[in-house]
Design a protein around this ligand. Structure first.
Ligand SMILES: [Cu+2]
Length: 169
């Protein structure tokens, strides 16, 4: 091996900005935005893919960008008003499947931002999975994402919740 290719291999080994996947979990198309109504908070959305044959679960998230990071979903109350609630048990990521965090649905919530979310910035968020463990994801802040497109994708993902017939393989 020439000196030059040895040097290049060394540089590649030092590079730690790798795509976000660990132990068969892959994060697709993550982005974060500030909440329009409350500038002190924000949320992150992404598709979480589980390429293992074991059901997994996103059970927590951490980040330095906010005082608190919670897993949230939207529920419709008795008056037809959509409200955000914390989901303490987290989000199931089925084996060989995926789970979408999307506008109007499940999301990672940032409460008490330590600094405003600026379009084009990136934040680091550590996701904690029951099986796969922890993985840190770099998430771009995108304040211009079209919410309708994201919601359409989210609805398509929501229809696979047949939790009763868990496969036993
Ligand atoms: Cu929320």
């Amino acid at each position: 091996m020439s000196f030059k290719s040895t040097l290049l291999a060394g540089v590649a080994a030092l590079s730690f900005a790798l795509p976000a996947f660990a132990d068969g979990i892959m994060i697709h198309d993550p982005y974060a935005r500030a909440s329009a109504m409350m500038s002190q908070s924000g949320a992150a959305f992404m598709e979480i893919m589980n390429q293992t044959d074991t059901d997994d679960r996103l059970i927590a998230a951490r980040s330095d960008v906010a005082q608190r990071v919670e897993l949230h979903t939207h529920l419709e109350d008795d008056n037809g008003v959509m409200r955000m609630v914390e989901v303490e048990e987290g989000f199931a990521i089925p084996a060989g499947g995926s789970h979408a965090l999307a506008r109007g649905g499940d999301h990672v919530m940032f409460l008490g931002l330590n600094q405003p979310f600026e379009h084009g910035d990136e934040i680091e968020v550590t996701l904690v999975f029951e099986q796969a463990g922890e993985m840190t994801v770099t998430i771009p802040i995108d304040l211009e994402r079209n919410p309708m497109r994201q919601q359409m994708q989210g609805h398509g993902q929501m229809n696979h919740g047949n939790m009763g017939n868990a496969a036993s393989d």
